[in-house]
Design a protein around this ligand. Sequence first.
Ligand code: 5GP
Ligand code: ZN
Length: 117
Amino acid sequence: MADLPSDCIFCGIIEGKISAKVVYQDEKVMAFEDIKPIAPVHILIVPRKHIPDLTKTTAEDVDVLGHIQWVAAEIARQQGIAERGFKLVNNCRADGGQVIYHLHYHLIGGKLLKYIV
Ligand code: 5GP
Ligand code: ZN
């Protein structure tokens, strides 16, 4: 899978080379609608830094990892799903079902979601 940022779809979105429906951005992260939503709200939250997956994070990334949690809550409030709730999911590597190897979190809501764990 894509390890180099030049091959990475999400880096392409961050750099503005690939279009996406951006719902939130700041100096650390971008959030945009998933191209194939599985629920009324399905947003991907990605660090601007190309980190292939959660296992490749270092102590330097703790700040952005924590920030993503707050951004998820902020977007949930903006999208009107904070009251009923949502799932925030990271698919990590092969057994986790990860397809795009740029770290991302799925913010999914707007309907009752199946219990996974
Ligand atoms: P993963 O399985 O890696 O956790 O999830 C990758 C997600 O990226 C999938 O839900 C897929 O629909 C989404 N995706 C793939 N290509 C694109 C794209 O070009 N634009 C957007 N917005 N989402 C994409
Ligand atoms: Zn990337």
